[in-house]
Design a protein around this ligand. Structure first.
Ligand code: PA5
Length: 466
């Protein structure tokens, strides 16, 4: 079971200027209770689709049936998607499969290699396709787009479809799985016309909350991840997140610490720092969840808000040698969220050599995981000594259950944060504006007015060009 440890964010450890005092915490009680009631109410009214995902046997069974059909012949799986249609897939794969997964032989992997193309960098696409060129007859492309029209994903899909048609003729459609809205949208229409296998992005689940839907489950199950355990872990965390006493509810406490750090302690930067390479890209997933959900210009009554803590990712120990100098001695404007693993998936013992060198000898016979976790405590201590708050999310081990629990914990915490900040945590108007501006620049019909407004941005003013 993953646990939240928050003592190092309190005034008891780092003083009242930067640490949360007992009074501030109890003062939040009514507001937190209201946030809990509001989120619970939305769950009961069926408004928060993501909360139903751990129990959706139909989605899980649909994925399992498709995996049974495709996995026996699929050597490479390529996800085409971006944002919420890619970051969860990447996080699940890196957390739960070996770091060298794609480099292993077909036999030792047991499932396809996985490539997630979440950018329209032509070099990324070209390099990947030239790697796969001789294996296209064993490749499955999973195009994921809730809207079905995101330019990045659409352009990749158009290129891949043509390539497959050209190389595989009538068989091409067997190599595409479309994950999109069940009923509407351009991708849905094309998928039906071309006869692709289809999976669903539920209409009531936003992109960044969709990793536990068929969006994330398919690539995970194809690559051998135990999706039942993943969902079971999320379900167990869902239970813990309904605890009425908010001080023993991990989502409420996490929201309380992050909210108070942000609003009363001058900590607008929230750094997630896993001490595990496997968990590093969960911090990328968190960045999107937090940024798109909480970075909002208006409150729900339309009044200006301009709120949202800035989520940052860092990797321990790597970033101790890059970022921690700033975190400890720069502006005291950060809350660090450590992610710590008690038992790492692999262990390495340091050999007993260089006994004559005291600068190295102390490391002899020690476990590398002990060194990694000691460095985490060292950073925590160094930060606390200069009144920098931190919390730790402790994982006993990296298992699908704990990944599912972590995902659900952060999703539910995001909902509570949305209530506490009084903003709509489920829209993303700035992302939509960017999408529309891209349509305009690329000449899509109906976006001429936006294109007109953008003219000064298209042609640089030479006066400012050096
Ligand atoms: O969370 C979100 O809503 C966004 O990040 C989307 O996932 C992203 O823009 C991709 O959208 P779509 O799945 O419609 O292609």
């Amino acid at each position: 079971m993953i646990e939240l440890y928050w003592k190092n964010a309190t005034s008891q450890v780092i003083g009242p200027d930067h640490g949360i005092t007992p009074g501030e915490l109890s003062g939040l009680g009514d507001r937190m209770a209201a946030a809990q009631r509001a989120v619970d109410g939305q769950v009961r009214q069926g408004k928060l689709g993501y909360t139903t995902l751990p129990a959706r046997r139909d989605y899980r069974d649909g994925v399992a049936a498709l995996v049974a059909k495709l996995r026996p012949w699929c050597g490479d799986l390529v996800v085409l998607g971006i944002g919420g249609s890619a970051l969860g897939n990447i996080a699940l794969q890196t957390a739960l499969n070996p770091i060298t997964y794609n480099l292993q032989s077909d036999a030792s992997r047991g499932g396809p290699r996985l490539f997630v193309l979440d950018n329209v960098d032509p070099t990324l696409l070209k390099d990947t396709l030239s790697l796969l060129s001789r294996r296209l007859n064993k490749t499955v492309f999973n195009v994921i787009s809730k809207s079905g029209e995101t330019a990045e994903t659409a352009s990749q899909f158009m290129i891949i479809r043509e390539l497959l048609r050209d190389r595989l003729g009538n068989e091409f459609s067997k190599h595409i799985v479309a994950t999109t809205d069940a009923e509407k949208g351009t991708l849905n229409k094309i998928a039906r016309q071309d006869g692709y296998e289809m999976l669903i992005v539920p209409g009531d689940v936003g992109g960044r909350f969709s990793v536990l839907s068929q969006v994330g489950l398919f690539s995970a199950a194809m690559c051998g991840i135990d999706i039942d355990a993943l969902l079971a872990g999320a379900a167990a965390m869902a239970d813990r997140c309904t605890a009425a006493d908010w001080t023993s509810n991990p989502a409420c406490m996490l929201a309380a610490v992050q909210f108070l750090a942000y609003t009363t302690k001058g900590k607008p930067m929230h750094v997630m720092m896993p001490y595990s390479n496997r968990l590093y890209l969960l911090a990328d997933w968190y960045r999107q969840l937090w940024a798109e959900s909480l970075g909002k210009a208006v409150h729900r009554n339309g009044q200006p808000a301009f709120v949202g803590p800035t989520p940052i990712k860092a990797l321990g120990t790597t970033d101790q040698h890059s970022q921690v100098q700033l975190y400890r001695e720069g502006p005291n404007d950060k809350l660090v969220i450590f992610v710590e693993v008690e038992k790492h998936p692999e262990e390495v013992r340091i050999p007993e050599v260089f006994a004559e060198a005291p600068g190295l000898a102390y490391l002899a016979k020690q476990k590398m995981s002990k060194l990694l976790n000691a460095e985490k405590i060292a950073t925590e201590y160094a930060l606390a000594k200069s009144q920098r708050p931190s919390v730790t999310i402790r994982w006993p081990a990296i298992t699908p259950e704990n990944v599912g629990a972590f995902i659900y914990l952060y999703e539910y915490t995001t909902s509570l944060m949305g209530e506490l900040l009084d903003i709509d945590a489920y829209d993303q108007p700035a992302v939509e504006l960017g999408k529309q501006a891209t349509f305009a620049l690329m000449g899509r019909q109906g976006f001429e007015e936006v294109a007109k407004e953008m003219r000064p941005f298209i042609k640089p003013d030479k006066k400012y060009l050096l």
